[in-house]
Design a protein around this ligand. Sequence first.
Ligand code: BGC
Length: 862
Amino acid sequence: MMGEADLRSRVARLSLEQKVRLLTGADFWALYPEPDAGLRRVVLSDGPAGVRGETWDERDTSANVPSPTALAATWDCDRVEAIGRLLAAEARRKGVDVLLAPTVNLHRTPYGGRHFECFSEDPLLTARIGVAYVRGLQNQGVGATVKHFVCNDSETERMSVDVRIDERTLRELYLAPFEAIVREAGAWAVMAAYNGVNGSTMTESPLLRAILHDEWGYDGLVMSDWTATRATEPAALAALDLAMPGPAKRFGPWGDALLEAVRAGRVDEALVDDKVVRILRLAGRVGGLDDIGPSSGGPGGYGGVDPPVRGRMRGVVPPGASRAPASAAPVDIPRELRATAAASFVLARNERSLLPLDRSGLGRVALIGPNAEIARTLGGGSATVYPPYTVSPLDGLRAAGLDVAFAPGPLGHLRTAPARVPWLLRPDGSGPGADIRFFSPSGEVVGSEQRDGAVFRWMNGFAAIGAPEQIDRLEISCVIRATEAGTYQLGVTGIGRFLLLADETVVFDETLTVRDGADVGETLMAPPMRLAPLDLAAGQSVAVRLEHDVHTSPMAAFGTFFQLLLEAPHGTDDEEMEAAVALAAGSDVAVVVVGTTAEVESEGFDRASLALPGRQDELVRKVAAANPRTVVVVNSGAPVLLPWAGQVAAVLLTWFGGQEFGNALADVLLGEAEPGGRLPTTWPASEAGLPSAQPEDGVLSYTEGLFIGYRAFDRDGREPLFPFGHGRGYTTWSYDSITVDCDEAQYLPRTGGSTPPYPPDPPGGVAVCVEVRNTGTRPGREVVQVYASRPDSAVERPAKWLAGFAAVAADPGEAVTVGILLPERAFQHWAEGGWTLEAGTFTLAAGSSSASLPLTAGVTLK
Ligand code: BGC
């Protein structure tokens, strides 16, 4: 295990040049190796919903876990910790040392484009789920990067926006999850955000040193978000340790400029040393430091120890980690992802107990909606991974043996999907996919790839083929084969010049440009599209060639990304609507899967509207009118407006459910699994009164202060559509008693997560025991929630706030008592530069959601 002295002695072996070189990434995803310090190459990778690895396409697939909103909706810390372990196993498999996750910014407003990637609107729930996630990862020796520090709660102008926020709100809401994770889980890395807070861009912010280092005693590494380091000296003087990505020559702003600043005495070398120590400490924790004894080696050598190799180092136990046991039981990934997705689904409404469906008497199921066939299993942006497969609702319901008939309804997608099976074939017809040739500036073919799909993305140069400068032109070749006669739409989405030919005839030759001021995330996830109609006979094949001039894209230094698009013939929206409604009318039950699309929920931009895209609201209304046994499944990562919710029998909110989405859906619809989720965020009934994500003159003021989510609804007396914490499950519960200052240790939760003491040292808080009874006919799991309030407070406060929770499981008729420790912090507020307790009586209310709290008790604190 490396102590401070060992790390310092490694630093002492390095020249100033070597040290400064370590402070910027070697490339897009890795740190520089430094043999003189025994440091091997350490690999970083996004992101919260899976471990991408160093390549970003279908050749290197990743387990796709449900979106972070789904993880938070489980309110189950044990389950989330298990997902952390699963991600650690994935990281190890893919040669990744540090995951760029979790994202613990808050759901300040549902407009936030990365809402799906964050856990909750509530800081305590975010903290508990975040701690579990980080423990799961780091206990296996894989680093977590808690991001984005801090107040990166929306996307508009994220590179430059200055968030103005008062100190109390910053502490009680936005910093709270970071604090819990740093202090309790001992996070190994934190990512400084793109935005600024109160006048300083975060990579230069005084908060880094004052709060992370000095107050929280953080000994981990602070890395910049990608290209967020803006200036040489201010970032060096602040507590930023690592500028990403690299190399410095391409992305700056450290490298030679920092070397120069140190030589000129503008930056103290001791600061550089401290940053290098933190880099080495992180490397040591993930097993990336070789054992070099004090007498061993000298510059350039390993002193008799074998040179580092890819993968884990021998004999290095990361501090604070229980070290990945080589014999750790293999994770059954599909099983775990399926169970987690089901545990996250929130049954928001279930009139006349339509769900679960009784398989025995079930006739034909009408499955309707565009997302039923092409489901969203993850959100867009850097969190995107390529799963090995995805189970759509259509696949899942069919695999469950149901009699399913499908109708897509009107198109919900504004953007066309990439060309895929059964239409996309390799040039030789051998299987789905395309061939790629890479041309050098002198026109020679310098490489080729054979691909299974039509999504092309290279972020770190062209892998083995060459750096961006070495490649001038790409050529994609494939065959499009028509399954039916009609008009197909063929095209491309990307930036730069594209020449598209069908059977060697030019379809178009165009340069696609991004809109002015587009964020890199938007450019990456929603670049412009160009489509052209192609009339084909049934069974007809066309040879397609797509050429792209790499350097016509202004993003070429970052990466090259584009997709070949294809839309098969379909009816008009009216025809598809009619067909769907007719199908519903003639079926036993209708399951409508509505949802958002890649152009609605993604990194890089915020949502302009919370409505479902296209004519999906109309589709639901018409289907529900045609069949009273209608279940609406909402496939979105974040709240959307459901203006028809009161008119349909059942509403199931399923988030972006990961690769096992469709199987989990079948399990829940048929009652083989319980919909275990409770809302981690309020679902509003309308857009009225929600905080805006739109900056004015470069400034985004958090003028709502402490009042986000349910705190705002309570204050304004507004009714949400579905309240925070809400979710029904398949049984019913009575809340029978609450006891304060009980011996909670006797009643530790039997299943799922809870709120352990925080801060753990010194111990504090209030123990509460709640007795509940399963009054239904099925075994079930209930999330018992405890909210605090202070009616006569001298301080402005929310009407109530979540103070703790725990999950219980019980059989029909069974009563269970669960002990919940409410952390001391839940009763404190920030005033005059410190945490303070307003002595007096707090009210505790327990129940099944923020809007259903049948039990209350008082607790007097001094
Ligand atoms: C995102 C980060 C991500 C990084 C690397 C940035 O644009 O904001 O969350 O980790 O890219 O992909």
